[in-house]
Design a protein around this ligand. Structure first.
Ligand code: RIB
Ligand code: CA
Length: 320
């Protein structure tokens, strides 16, 4: 980034979550971005745990000054399916059991807080969504001009042309709240979807993890515990020697878009039946050519290819 370029203000909506932690540390370590706040959401673990973890991660990075606003405890129109402790630990951070943070959340709820920050600087604030999209959907329902005041949405979520991970059909963040996701994809605002099509190609190998956690910093010491737990999960189930860098890959997109190829497709989300949570792009000319319900949907920038090695290098070089 040239020294002249101003840092991009970003709000990270997150359900920390071990890969969320790596993503937050990456964003904080990148001069291209100004993290103006975290908004917590249920997902990998409960809203209580994700909010606690968001506050703790900022303090580990020496950025306890960055505000955290507490978000939704569950989906818009269904029951929270529950935590996934086998993947992220009972506490969402690999059972690191981070000490109580000094800071407390903002008084405002996440969806109110993110709208207020975006409306105060129309067209300048980017929303980086790393969990279920419930907070964004609640903001859309309460503030009709929300799409007009946000610069863009970059989200880790969905699976355009590949199987899911939370079910054969659906990726976890979308699976947690399909109705919210469908509302987000239906809006006329710039959305970039960094889905499993991409993030399953960005694998941190043990040597990459060692390079990150070997640094003498509090975030690195924390990640040594958290990433170790995350690696064990992937070793036991995906037979993967390493870990998928789901959320950090979405941050990497903001750092260097040239590492990604995008296709612009309207996207709808299945909300019924066994494929509930599947993101369905219409892979063709949009507009009047598309069948319903894709016909009136604005295009989403769906990431379809990535220079995975370059993203891994970026994550390793920047983090901690
Ligand atoms: O499918 C991966 C996504 O679900 C990541 O954001 C991970 O943290 C979980 O939230
Ligand atoms: Ca996440």
């Amino acid at each position: 980034m040239s020294s002249a370029a101003a840092a991009r203000p970003v709000i990270i909506d997150t359900d920390p979550g071990i890969d969320d932690a790596l993503a937050v540390f990456l964003a904080l370590a990148s001069p291209e971005l100004e993290v103006i706040g975290l908004t917590s959401v249920y997902g990998n673990v409960s809203i209580e745990a994700t909010t606690h973890n968001a506050l703790c991660l900022l303090e580990l990075a020496g950025r306890g000054d960055i505000p955290v606003a507490r978000g939704a405890a569950g989906p818009m129109a269904s029951a929270y399916r529950g935590a996934i402790p086998h993947i992220h630990g009972d506490d969402g951070q690999g059972n690191a059991n981070l000490a109580a943070p000094a800071a407390v959340p903002q008084a405002a709820a996440a969806h109110d807080w993110m709208y207020a920050r975006a409306a105060a600087a129309p067209g300048q604030v980017t929303l980086m969504a790393l969990g279920p999209l419930t907070n964004l959907a609640l903001a859309l329902q309460r503030y009709p001009d929300f799409p007009a005041v946000v610069r863009e949405i970059v989200l880790m979520g969905g699976n355009a042309l590949c199987p899911g991970n939370a079910s054969p059909a659906a990726e976890a963040n979308i699976f947690n709240d399909p109705e919210a996701a469908d509302l987000v994809f239906a809006q006329d605002w710039p959305v970039t979807m960094i889905g499993l099509d991409i993030t399953r190609k960005v694998v941190l190998r043990p040597a990459d993890v060692d390079a990150i956690v070997s640094r003498d910093t509090a975030p690195a010491r924390h990640l040594s515990t958290a990433l170790g737990f995350y690696q064990s999960f992937f070793a036991s189930t995906n037979r993967l020697d390493g870990l998928f860098a789901h959320d950090p890959t979405a941050v990497a997109y903001l750092l260097d878009e040239s590492l990604f190829n995008l296709s612009r497709w309207p996207v709808c989300v299945e909300t019924e039946g066994i494929s509930r949570g599947k993101t369905w792009p219409y892979v063709g000319a949009g507009g009047d050519e598309a069948p319903q319900p894709w016909r009136q949907r604005p295009p989403v920038a769906v990431a379809t290819e990535v220079d995975a090695a370059a993203v891994v290098r970026l994550i390793v070089e920047r983090t901690c």
